[in-house]
Design a protein around this ligand. Sequence first.
Ligand SMILES: N[C@@H](CCC(=O)N[C@@H](CS)C(=O)NCC(=O)O)C(=O)O
Length: 210
Amino acid sequence: MIDLYTWTTPNGRKVSILLEELGLEYNTHSINITEGEQKAEDFLKISPNNKIPAIVDQDTGITLMESGAIMLYLAEKTGKFMPSKTEDKWKVTEWLMWQMGGLGPMLGQVHHFTKFNPGKAPYAQDRFLAEAQRLYGVLDKQLADQKYVVGDEYTIADMAIWPWISRFEWQTVDLNEFPNVKRWYSEIAARPAVQKGYHVPKFTQDIPTA
Ligand SMILES: N[C@@H](CCC(=O)N[C@@H](CS)C(=O)NCC(=O)O)C(=O)O
């Protein structure tokens, strides 16, 4: 049994979507980051960086923070959503790192400067919007001649990237300008596990349609 500590954000949804795809049993603990619950002493023991998501695997006693590490752990534990072929496995790792080090942090800045504080820091707003456009372009090219981010297999790389793209409206991105991303996004949005995992720990809105 897995204990999942999460909130309704892209990083949280990555893990709940993966748990749903895996069909693993899990208990959800809601950590309301808008109320500062991520700063509680008890949560700090599980997530030393005070951020969601985090898990405790009751089968092994392992606790983990950092969504990318959690996804790698669950993929290894179950032998699913990570290709066995060496090259493909490293390509999935590469795109997972691209999400963790680039797409997520950059789009997170877009949310702050464009969605929540528009007009307050024009330089930052322009910089992160331009970077968002560039990253969408990189993803669009990657998806031009293959079904998923790495070949024709749906993997943890897709599950890591998708929840960030699901905030395309916050990022003022027109998905029609990125037709391969649009096709990939809509296809993944239709998966029953994604539809379930998106609404963990609670319903906020329907999955945006492209
Ligand atoms: N690199 C971390 C980032 C986690 C993260 O930024 N979590 C946000 C929500 S998406 C959070 O907990 N924010 C609360 C805070 O910063 O106080 C991961 O991928 O798990």
